[in-house]
Design a protein around this ligand. Structure first.
Ligand SMILES: Nc1nc2c(ncn2[C@@H]2O[C@H](COP(=O)(O)OP(=O)(O)O)[C@@H](O)[C@H]2O)c(=O)[nH]1
Ligand SMILES: Nc1ncnc2c1ncn2[C@@H]1O[C@H](COP(=O)(O)OP(=O)(O)O)[C@@H](O)[C@H]1O
Length: 219
């Protein structure tokens, strides 16, 4: 992306929300998307949520989540430090507000991996900044087998996530875009196309708006 020329205001960043039932592949899509965007010089950051759930073997505190006690979580929430929060699968999850505001101001996009309850809150709080994508698994059998293949949760935890899938999927109508995650590469490309198109929305293109007016006044 070319650097804005002097006098241009930088584009305000956008929030790209990915939601899905657990195991449909949003974390895999998010990771690949971030890597590809970074490679091509675009600025998009992952919002790192705070959670009270226990860390999985493959997860690192501060990279995948900020793992906190219930008391620490409640303190952050009560101080107004969270943009949104929700109880999901029996644990608390929330999005720290400050890094999101700083990124948007700096013209940087932010990727959210949050559930439908959080999406609603963000869409209400920042309607102009939010783009929402719901990821569907190709079938229930595939959803189950992805949760099992990931092999990071106990059978009880997997069963609970499958039970909750019905409610999560039930909110698909609240999202602007739908992607069926059959082939990971194809899904990543679909989400990238959405992101790239949304960056060009007229309302988000301050430098282009200014340029258009300058062109008119020079004619
Ligand atoms: N509302 C909200 N949901 C979150 C947040 N972080 C993660 N989630 C959601 O919590 C659910 C469980 O996430 P996680 O424990 O990582 O399990 P996974 O989806 O099976 O990998 C998913 O639907 C996430 O999108 C957050 O900050 N806020
Ligand atoms: N398109 C796909 N085809 C096959 N397996 C996939 C695909 N997308 C993700 N997976 C696998 O499914 C499992 C769950 O994916 P993950 O990204 O952790 O889902 P979520 O974040 O939605 O819970 C992981 O083992 C991941 O490697």
């Amino acid at each position: 992306m070319p650097e804005p020329t002097p006098g241009d205001s930088p584009r305000r960043g956008l929030i790209l929300v990915l939601s899905s039932p657990s195991g449909a592949g949003k974390t895999s899509i998010a990771r690949a998307l971030l890597a590809q965007e970074a490679e091509s010089g675009h600025r998009i950051d992952l919002s790192i949520s705070v959670t009270t759930r226990s860390r999985r073997p493959s997860e690192v505190d501060g990279i995948h989540y900020h793992f906190r006690s219930v008391r620490q979580f409640e303190t952050m929430r009560d101080r107004g430090e969270l943009l949104e929060w929700a109880e999901v699968h029996g644990n608390w999850y929330g999005t720290p507000l400050e890094p999101v505001e700083a990124a948007l101001r700096a013209g940087e996009d932010v990727l959210f991996d949050i559930d439908w309850q959080g999406t609603r809150q963000v869409a209400q709080a920042m309607p102009e900044d939010v783009v929402t994508v719901f990821i569907l698994p190709p079938s229930l059998a595939e959803l189950r087998s992805r949760l099992e293949r990931r092999a990071e949760d106990s059978p009880e935890v997997i069963a609970r996530r499958l039970e909750n899938a019905r409610e999560e999927i039930g909110h698909w109508r609240e999202y602007g875009y739908l992607v069926i995650n059959r082939d990971l590469e194809v899904s990543v490309e679909a989400v990238r196309s959405i992101l790239h198109a949304e960056r060009h929305r007229q309302e988000r293109q301050k430098p282009a708006q200014i340029l258009a007016d300058e062109l008119i006044s020079g004619l």
